[in-house]
Write a protein that binds this ligand. Structure first.
Ligand code: SAM
Length: 280
């Protein structure tokens, strides 16, 4: 009897974002295949899980896939994880999953976090039809060709982007698709989580004044639809100042109110305030 290959989603930042089922599967698996063993060991040790791990990443995917299939055929249950979120979503895993299916091995998803779903559902852009693009090609000509193909699509488009390329990507998307409603989601589930909402040109303008840091998802609404908000990139200290000024509250009560409006705890809001001050 072959074992089962579990595709296990793990947190994209906040370690609390892991399901009970994911933890059980990781505890019960014979082997955990991960992109970066050191990274995954940190997650496992946070949850007191001690299991053999093996690397599975874009550079050894083909060879490792054969080894994993042999172990599965010998009866091992294997959990596949990536560094963050759902494996195979802009992450390694396709080779072993497709080979396992071709060999009649049971493949079971253990759903959980993914930056694309987190960004889309809180974006305010239409969610009924969306298209996940992931990373655009790094070569400018290939990026432009890809963007040209997306111009006529009437759905919310979702891109992943690295911080050092996010400004260029926004400029390229603006040129290819026009000044559409957009959302830039940054550092989802982490202390500096932020949503910049507005038109693409407004978001480009807001970004021009600061360094791009952290992890980003860019969402582009379909033409002439979506939200009309202007960019909302208020920092917590600006919000606290505004509440003190407009509502006559002291700093402590204003911080409490700002925390409530962001759906975070008072201590988390305080930590953000301190981080903002040290970043200045
Ligand atoms: N498998 C992951 C998932 O399910 O979302 C995606 C992995 S991909 C290699 C990494 C990219 O996902 C980042 O460059 C960024 O675009 C996006 N991403 C991952 N975590 C994020 C986060 N906490 N906030 C915003 N974007 C994130």
């Amino acid at each position: 009897m072959s074992g089962t290959l579990y595709i296990v989603a793990t947190p994209i930042g906040n370690l609390e974002d892991i399901t009970l089922r994911a933890l059980r599967v990781l505890r019960e698996a014979d082997l955990i295949a991960c992109e970066d063993t050191r990274h995954t060991r940190k997650l496992l040790s946070h949850y007191n899980i001690s299991k053999p791990v093996i690397s599975y990443h874009e550079h050894n995917e083909r060879q490792r896939s054969e080894e994993l299939i042999a172990k599965l055929e010998a009866g091992a249950n294997i959990a596949l994880v990536s560094d963050a979120g759902t494996p195979l979503v802009s992450d390694p895993g396709f080779t072993v999953v497709s080979n396992a299916i071709a060999r009649g091995i049971h493949v079971v998803p253990i759903p959980g976090p993914s930056a694309l779903a987190a960004a889309l559902t809180a974006s305010g852009l239409p969610c009924d039809e969306f298209m996940f693009i992931g990373f655009l090609p790094s070569k400018q000509s290939a990026r432009r060709a890809k963007l040209a193909k997306l111009a006529g699509i009437k759905a919310t488009l979702i891109f992943y982007e690295a911080p050092h390329r996010v400004k260029t990507t926004i400029a390229d998307v603006l040129e290819a698709l026009g000044d559409r409603p957009a959302v830039l989601a940054r550092e989802l589930t982490k202390i500096h989580e932020e949503f910049l909402r507005g038109s693409l040109s407004e978001i480009a303008g807001a970004l021009a004044e600061r360094p791009a840091r952290g992890e980003y998802v860019l969402l582009i609404g379909p033409e002439s639809e979506g939200i009309a908000d202007t960019v909302d990139s208020t920092t917590i200290s600006e919000e606290v100042d505004r509440i003190m000024r407009e509502e006559g509250l002291d700093r402590k009560s204003a911080l409490k109110q700002a925390a409530r409006s962001r759906g975070i705890s008072k201590s988390e809001a305080y930590r953000m305030l301190i981080d903002e001050k040290t970043e200045e």
